[in-house]
Design a protein around this ligand. Structure first.
Ligand code: SF4
Length: 472
């Protein structure tokens, strides 16, 4: 049902009505539901295949995630789990433990499980030296047989990237890179402590293409300090000239109570709510006009890109790295704070180096908290994933997968009539509840988090956690 749909005219009043805090649904339930009653024994059972997902055939291949937390300097808007450090000994030690973790995790898995997907994120994976990139890449390749459909992507920071870094990434199998850019305006860059010229960024894009990388993504952020409607429009034109295969356009989540360094940003320099909305609306129109498909939450891709093809083939999925082309693979995370998704479980690694090193020194998995999904969680995750990836939920498919009638199972959600209910969203043109299923309308695609929230049982609990970013 996804296909290409022209991008809609966005009505500022409608967007304002639905602009509220909500999860990004890289998992369901989301991380605030994780608890420390879930530990190493649960995770090792999951790795051994003892916690399969109800209603789903498990896949043998795996996806590996590596969290490399180190960065050269601090960007004031950052919301990642990162450590500013240029202490090469500290970084080398972390790498050594990452490799130990590769071997430990591998020992829990059946030998037949091959590697089909690899992602390095951070922090800044390219804060590793080219030699360190090769060392980690080779350790992974020695531990796993590689599936013929293998794909690998890495986040890179153009500000400290050399051709040797790119060649090292290419040699260990990466074919996709994602560049942090955010904004090209010098005044905005100064306000967020991230100086990165167009020439530098373009040089990396050109170099990556000449080496043979198949897909280049560029990350942008709207809502940064000193951004104006015109300044961001200029940034966007320069980005479009580079013809990236994918563009991610994130909303800046200003959360000084959660991230201390956000308070360095002067609130009076932030764009007004209405300017921010205009930046979003104009950017979406412009990106669409240049032939990109809106994949879903924050992501645009060329029709030729794997993400668009996966959406056409019904293989698009969401995991902790965002949209993914590899539906149903277990994701095994390595490194501090990494979150694994294995069988019907989520497991999060130790939050700091001390605990992470101590667990690995003792030969133990580093999980400190997690979650085992109930049958109801799996059903709701299926609904949320279908809506976020394909903008359509088929009642027949729901019956085939879960053995239940959608209208009976979700009778309460369908009959609710509050301001954020499915009924009200239908009246506002965000979705249509048809005999065959729920169809998300073009404008609803931009409010897909709000639609997903209707099916989130945890948000309705009195102890529901706060601290989510806003949906617009
Ligand atoms: S490079 Fe990325 S992870 Fe590091 S501080 Fe900047 S935004 Fe955060």
């Amino acid at each position: 049902m996804a296909g290409f749909a022209p991008l809609p005219e966005l009505d500022p009043d409608l967007l304002k009505k639905y602009d509220r805090a909500g999860p990004r649904y890289t998992s369901y339930p989301t991380a605030p539901a994780f608890h420390e009653g879930f530990g190493v024994a649960d995770y090792s059972d999951a790795l051994a295949g003892k916690k399969p997902v109800p209603f789903t055939e498990s896949r043998s291949n795996v996806s590996l995630y590596f969290h490399i937390p180190f960065c050269d300097t601090l960007c004031y808007f950052c919301g990642c789990n990162m450590i500013v450090s240029n202490n090469r000994e500290r970084i080398a030690r972390y790498l050594d433990y990452l490799i130990r973790e590769v071997h430990l995790n591998r020992s829990y898995l059946d030998d037949a499980r091959a590697l089909e997907q690899l992602h390095w994120g951070g922090g800044t994976p390219t804060h590793l030296s080219p030699e360190e990139i090769r060392t980690l890449g080779e350790a992974i390749h020695k531990s796993y047989s590689i599936d013929s459909d293998f794909e690998a992507s890495c986040e890179v920071d153009p500000r400290e990237l050399t051709e040797d870094h790119l060649r090292a990434l290419f040699d260990v199998g990466f074919r996709r890179i994602s560049l942090g850019l955010q904004d090209l305006n010098p005044s905005v860059q100064k306000a967020v402590n991230r100086i990165q010229s167009l020439e530098l960024t373009k040089g990396v894009v050109d170099q990556a293409r000449s080496i043979g990388f198949e897909s280049v993504n560029i990350d942008l952020i709207y809502g940064l300090p000193r951004q104006t409607i015109n300044s961001f429009a200029a940034t966007l034109e320069q980005v479009l000239e580079m013809e990236p295969d994918r563009i991610a356009l994130f909303n800046f989540a200003y959360l000084p109570e959660m991230f201390k360094h956000h308070s360095v940003i002067h609130p009076e320099e932030m764009p007004s709510a209405s300017d921010k909305l205009q930046i979003l609306i104009r950017s979406v129109q412009r990106i669409g006009y240049r032939g990109y498909r809106f994949i879903g939450m924050d992501h645009f891709a060329r029709e030729s890109d794997e993400l668009a093809k996966a959406q056409d083939h019904g293989d698009l999925y969401r995991n902790f790295q965002g949209y993914s082309t590899k539906k149903g693979l277990d994701v095994i995370a390595h490194g501090i704070t990494g979150i694994s998704q294995v069988g019907r479980t989520y497991s999060q690694n130790a939050k700091n180096e001390k605990d992470y090193f101590a667990a690995l020194d003792a030969g133990k998995l580093t999980v400190f908290r997690g979650y085992e999904l109930s049958e109801d969680d799996v059903i709701r995750r299926y609904v949320i994933t279908e809506l976020m990836c394909h903008f359509f939920l088929s009642f027949n498919a729901f019956r085939e997968v879960t053995g239940r009638e959608f209208r009976e199972y979700f009778a309460a959600e369908l009959s609710e009539s509050g301001p954020s209910s499915l009924q009200s969203m239908q009246e506002d043109g965000l979705l249509k509840i048809r005999d065959t299923g729920i169809e998300v309308m073009p404008v609803g695609r931009f409010l897909i988090r709000n639609i997903a929230m209707c099916f989130d049982a945890y948000l309705k609990r009195p102890d529901a956690k706060k601290g989510y970013s806003r949906t617009i």
